[in-house]
Design a protein around this ligand. Structure first.
Ligand code: FE
Length: 202
């Protein structure tokens, strides 16, 4: 059962919660709501509700809109498109790489984003990284990797670099459980990560 969002006010109908005000018990699918049901917050008709976009779709959509404004700028690589690559769940959080024509970032959805200007340190299997708040599409955390991305020849090359970055940061998709307690991971220098990504000195 999927959540639906009021296109007028943003209120979300969650089938798991139902709608107390409308006397809809938990467990009722949106499609099963009576045709006369309306948004409990703004009174909009049922027809005004839309499928709630997943966080990945919301972030990709936001950057596709930004892409239209970036075209033609010197930092824009016209051979690339906005794409979410290698999505996975790490430590209970959704993690993926975001390829755009002007940057490559790792995105984490789940932890409470810090205030603007602050960073949040998150531990991955390779160490800890400082992530920045982003609000494009939905609140998330961003780990900047490459910008600009003019040296990436095409989308396949960008995808390959993105997947390698995720592998270096998050480790293999099914890491072996640690046999002994791990020491607190150190903050990994981004320069070392870029060196590994680009084949330079480790
Ligand atoms: Fe509404």
């Amino acid at each position: 059962m999927n959540e639906r969002e009021c296109a007028v006010c943003g209120w979300v109908y969650d089938p798991a919660s139902g709608d107390d005000d409308g006397c809809v018990p938990p467990g009722v699918d949106f499609d099963a709501l009576p045709s006369g049901w309306t948004c409990p917050r703004c009174g909009a008709a049922k027809e005004r509700f839309v499928r709630k976009a997943s966080p990945v779709d919301a972030i990709v959509d936001a950057y596709r809109k930004a892409d239209a404004r970036m075209r033609g700028l010197p930092v824009h690589n016209p051979t690339l498109t906005v794409e979410a690559v290698g999505r996975r769940v790490v430590g209970g959080h959704l993690v993926f790489a975001l390829v755009t024509p002007w940057f490559l970032n790792v995105i984490v959805v789940g932890p409470t984003p810090p205030r603007h200007g602050d960073t949040l340190e998150l531990a991955f299997s390779s160490g800890s990284f400082e992530l920045h708040r982003g609000d494009e599409g939905c609140p998330h955390l961003a780990l900047p990797l490459l910008s600009p991305v003019l040296d990436l020849a095409d989308q396949a090359a960008a995808r390959a670099v993105a997947l390698e970055a995720l592998r270096l940061i998050c480790g293999p998709s099914e890491p072996e459980p640690a046999k002994t307690p791990e020491p607190r991971p150190k903050v990994v220098a981004r320069r070392a990560l870029f060196g590994a990504l680009l084949g330079g000195p480790k």
